[in-house]
Design a protein around this ligand. Sequence first.
Ligand code: FE2
Length: 243
Amino acid sequence: MFGFGRKFLVGSGLLDGWVDLHSHVLWGVDDGARGENHAREILLELQDMGVARHFATPHIMGQVHRNDEVALRAAFDERMAPLALELELDISLAAEYMLDNSFLAKLQAKHELLTLDDHRVLVELPMADTGFAWDEIFSKIEDAGYRAVLAHPERYSHLKLSDMMLLKERGVELQLNILSLSEFYGHRVQGKAFEMLAAALYDFVGSDAHDARMAEHVNVIDLTRSERKHFAALMERSRGLLS
Ligand SMILES: [Fe+2]
């Protein structure tokens, strides 16, 4: 992809002060970090890239990762607090909620969710279209007093650019996975991510880190001058929204 006018993202300074609102660094609760040493390795790598503020966002899924808020808080306080002190991390706990029936039940029961700030909630959809009426859930999230931040919209094969625009109009915020700008998830996702970046559809950038060695993929991301401009604006907006 490297060509005239393109510059590598890493080393551009654009990642400095990154507020990474999506990661799976709390170990032992989902498919992310496998232990304390692994979490340390991932967090150090993220710090090296420029992350200044971290969020640990374990999966909460009815079927696979049956985490609940109380247990996650306890795990975070017990395991992450000492590591945060050791690495001098600014790290908070939130969660990545799968929009499924168990999430819907929580909303209906007015269950208190793990949020990014006082009202933003990070959510994800199944990767493929399961026929689940996910679009109605966004209204229900809003009615419950929350604002949805949709994780990695570029990765859902069933969502077109026009769908993203509709979601934005409904007040849903969109979070880019940094690795989507590389070939990590394939060319299709990469193309969509660049298209959405150019259309200024994103509000946040997350690492969605499950493992270390992200740098080898992030290191090859290169951007044109106009993409750098869009990315800089996105990083700035993202910092402001969660400050
Ligand atoms: Fe995630």
